[in-house]
Structures are given as structure tokens and as C-alpha cells.
Design a protein around this ligand. Structure first.
Ligand code: SAH
Ligand code: SF4
Ligand code: F3S
Length: 440
């Protein structure tokens, strides 16, 4: 048998790319590739890219430039670009960077084995189709090897919402849900491999409407099916859209013990004028009422959000409305971004906010969000929480895991193993994590 070829994958962007990278590595495993942690000894390099903001897309080209030396040393080295930049820029990538042998979009990576063979024969190959067939059906069943206690599982892809700033509907295509039985089978396989916590992924995960035994299922119905999977201890999902937050899902947060008390529910802005221009089709008020209903079902739920500042035509008054909304909701964690103009999206054509002003707003918003985040984290001190242990800590005997609310928790002199879910009393709160002690 010949020595295995080595594959180096670097992943940018959202969790869905993390999931896709795993699936791509598994697919190429069938072609004799094993993963390596460095590009230096790779036979194939794949960059799984993100197009969400300008900086993310530009990173790809600077990273590619760095492989010039490697390719000169090893002419057989194949370089590929996958993910959302591949989808958005296609052939342009090969024009801008002739080192690239292969470009594959997020909906066609099940064809990687054929593409790899062609690239091996010296061809330049590009596939950014949105094929009719379901790539997940074409991919082989996942390998059985043991793995870590947490995993992502894509259940829904694409987006039909067309927020005025966003490239996702163009790079990921229309909204599609995977059939429930396939998801359940994949979840069972993951649990057999040691997984205890699954995060269901979708660009609009709560719009899930995959085929079930008696017609389409909602995300809540899918969660209740997963609840029955023995050995699966925790269920999470991301990312949700406020308009798809159905009653049965809100209720599940109060009644399904495996569903964790954490919800990422982006609002983007607090001014109705800006929300309208963003094409978000909800108001600040309707969002706040929705959060109230969710908290009525699960009072301790940790709310997470995404924000954009400096969206075209955002005034200081509009920005104040965002700060007001944040004050009212109280976020446990949040991601905030300066608006980035994305070619081809409707907002790109509009009057842009002065970048210095946008920087200033971002700083003010982040100061507020950081303060809230810290308050929520500090409020965990004294509580008894579930912690799923994921790895060893830096000190002998120390273990690190995640709480139900997704905070990192360090436990000293800890007899828990990786993959154990234990009760922990939180004793202190640090800059980015909590410390606790095992209960019994
Ligand atoms: N499907 C998810 C996530 C989309 S991308 C959702 O609907 O929320 C993740 C976040 O990136 C978005 O929530 C938004 O806050 C941010 N984002 C998207 N496009 C952006 C742009 N052009 N400029 C700045 N931030 C952007
Ligand atoms: Fe982008 Fe809006 Fe769709 Fe989220 S809902 S992926 S922000 S278009
Ligand atoms: Fe980026 Fe594509 Fe995800 S643009 S955020 S990798 S869906």
C-alpha cells in the first residue's frame, strides 16, 4: 500500500463551514488522504472560506499567496478553495491566484473525489453548481472512529430572507431542510462515536421543515425526536431568525430537559427605520416581546445576538435605539460588526456611513455588550450547573468543559473524564471563564 496522502484544511467563517470541513476531509479520506495540522507536509491544501465581510474574503488571497514557496518546492501539491468565497468568486479566484488548482462551492463538495482526480491529472477544476441532488445523500456514511464529546450537525442550509447586507442567500442558495430520518441516523452514529452534545446547524435553523414520517416536521419536533436518542445528553441549535421562532420551539425550551438554555437570536439593530432598510421584517418592539415570551417559558435562558453598526443611513439616533434595545434585552453574549459593503447586495448601492463614525459606534456598543456579558457570567457564581468536560486544562488534574449556558468552566483536582457530564458548583468568574468544583 502506498503511503497516505496528506490533507491540510483551514476553516474560516461560521460553524457550518466547520461541519463542511469535517465532511470534506472524510470524503477525501476515501481517496487515501489523512489530515495533517500543517500545510508544510501536505499533498493537498483546502481553504474553506467565508465571504460574509470584506476582510474575511481578502484573507483568502493573502493566505493563498503564502503557499507560493510550498508549491515551488513540491509541484504536485494541489491547492483548493472551498466555501463561500469559492461560490461567490468562482473563476475570478483562479485568475487572481494561478496557484489554485481547484474551486468547489458549498453545495457541490460531494464531487471532490472526481475533482481531486482531475486536478491530479493536471487539470484546473471548478464546480460551483447548486446541483439538484442532495450532497449529503451522495456523501458516504460517516466513519466510525471515536471523536470528541461535541459535534455540529447541519439540518438546514441556505436562506430566502435576503437581508439587504448579506451574501449568504447568494453563496449558500435557497433554504433547504434535510429529511428527519437522515438527521436522526447521523445523530445516532455520532453518539456511537462518543458525542454527548449536538448543535443543530442552519443559516435559518428554526425555519427547519424537513420531511418526517407524517409530513414536514418543525425544528421542535425534530428536537423531540433527538431527545429520545439514548446517550445524547445535550441539544443546541443555531442560528435562528426572530420571525421563525415558533410556539412549539419556545415551549420546548421550557419542557425539553436536553435542550440547553441558550439561544442565539440576532436582531442586527434597534431602530425600526434601519431594520426596515435591512429588510429584516421585524421591529425592535416585536423582537423584545418575543424575548419576553421565550423568557416566560425558560426564565434563565441566556440570550445571544448579532449586531451591525454603521449600516447605510444609520444616524446617531438610530444607533442610540440599538443601545436602548441592548439595555432592555441584556445579552449573555453577542457578536457585533461594522457594516461591510458586499458587492451585489442591495445595501451596497446606498449612502455609506463615515467609517470613523462607524468605528466609534462599534466601540461604544462593544463596551456595553462586554459589560453585560460579564454581568451574566458573574451571576453564575454560587450556582450548580451541568458541565460537559471537553479537554484537559493547562495544570495537572485540571479539566475544562462547557456549562449549560456555554461558558467555559475550569475545575481543579477533577476526576471527571473527557465526555463526562457532571454537576459543578461555580466558585468564581474570571476574564473569559468560570471556575468550579465537582459536586459529589
Ligand atoms: N444566518 C444567520 C447568520 C448570518 S452571518 C442570521 O441570520 O443571523 C452572521 C452575522 O454576520 C449576521 O448576523 C450579521 O450580524 C453579520 N453580517 C452579515 N453580513 C454582514 C455585512 N455585510 N457586514 C457586517 N456584518 C455582517
Ligand atoms: Fe443573511 Fe439575513 Fe439570511 Fe441571516 S437571515 S443568512 S443575515 S440574509
Ligand atoms: Fe461565511 Fe458562508 Fe458561513 S459567508 S458566515 S462561511 S455561510
Amino acid at each position: 500500500m502506498s503511503a497516505p496522502k496528506k490533507l491540510y484544511i483551514k476553516t474560516y467563517g461560521c460553524q457550518m463551514n466547520v461541519y463542511d470541513s469535517e465532511r470534506m476531509a472524510e470524503t477525501l479520506g476515501g481517496q487515501g488522504y489523512v489530515e495533517t495540522k500543517t500545510p508544510d507536509d501536505a499533498d493537498m491544501i483546502l481553504l474553506n472560506t467565508c465571504h460574509i465581510r470584506e476582510k474575511a474574503a481578502e484573507k483568502v488571497y493573502s493566505e493563498l499567496g503564502r503557499f507560493k514557496g510550498l508549491k515551488a518546492e513540491k509541484p504536485d501539491l494541489k491547492i483548493g478553495v472551498a466555501g463561500c468565497v469559492a461560490q461567490a468568486e468562482g473563476e475570478e479566484i483562479m485568475r487572481r491566484q494561478p496557484l489554485v488548482d481547484l474551486v468547489v462551492g458549498p453545495q457541490s463538495y460531494h464531487r471532490l473525489p472526481e475533482m481531486e482526480a482531475k486536478a491530479g491529472a493536471g487539470e484546473k477544476v471548478l464546480d460551483t453548481d447548486f446541483p439538484e441532488e442532495d450532497k449529503f445523500e451522495k456523501l458516504k456514511r460517516r466513519p466510525k472512529a471515536k471523536r470528541g464529546p461535541t459535534a455540529f450537525l447541519t439540518v438546514q442550509e441556505g436562506c430566502d430572507k435576503f437581508c439587504a447586507f448579506c451574501v449568504v442567500p447568494y453563496t449558500r442558495g435557497a433554504e433547504v431542510s434535510r429529511p428527519a430520518d437522515r438527521i436522526l441516523r447521523e445523530a445516532e452514529d455520532l453518539v456511537e462515536r462518543g458525542v454527548r452534545e449536538i448543535t443543530l446547524l442552519g443559516q435559518n435553523v428554526n425555519a427547519y421543515h424537513g420531511a418526517g414520517p407524517n409530513g414536514d416536521m418543525t425544528l421542535a419536533q425534530l428536537i423531540w425526536e433527538l431527545d429520545k436518542v439514548e446517550g445524547l445528553e445535550r441539544i443546541r441549535f443555531t442560528t435562528s431568525h426572530p420571525n421563525d421562532m415558533m410556539d412549539d420551539l419556545i415551549e420546548a425550551h421550557g419542557t425539553c430537559a436536553k435542550l440547553m438554555p441558550y439561544l442565539h437570536l440576532p436582531v442586527q439593530a434597534g431602530s425600526d427605520k434601519i431594520l426596515k432598510r435591512m429588510n429584516r421584517s421585524h421591529t425592535a418592539e416585536s423582537y423584545i416581546r418575543l424575548i419576553e415570551r421565550i423568557r416566560a417559558a425558560r426564565p434563565d435562558i441566556l440570550i445571544s445576538g448579532d449586531f451591525i453598526v454603521g449600516f447605510p443611513e444609520e444616524t446617531e439616533e438610530d444607533f442610540q435605539a440599538t443601545l436602548d434595545l441592548v439595555e432592555e434585552v441584556k445579552y449573555g453574549t453577542a457578536y457585533s460588526f461594522k457594516y461591510s459593503t458586499r458587492p451585489g447586495t442591495p445595501a451596497a448601492e446606498r449612502a455609506q456611513v463615515d467609517p470613523k463614525e462607524a468605528d466609534d459606534r462599534l466601540q461604544r456598543l462593544q463596551a456595553l455588550l462586554t459589560r453585560q456579558q460579564r454581568e451574566v457570567q458573574d451571576s453564575m457564581v454560587g450556582r450548580e450547573l451541568g458541565v460537559l468536560f471537553e479537554k484537559k486544562g493547562r495544570f495537572p488534574g485540571q479539566m475544562v468543559g462547557k456549562s449549560d449556558y456555554l461558558h467555559a468552566v475550569h475545575v481543579a483536582d477533577c476526576d471527571a473524564e473527557i465526555g463526562d457530564l457532571r454537576r459543578v458548583r461555580i466558585v468564581s468568574s474570571g476574564a473569559n471563564s468560570l471556575a468550579g468544583e465537582l459536586i459529589a
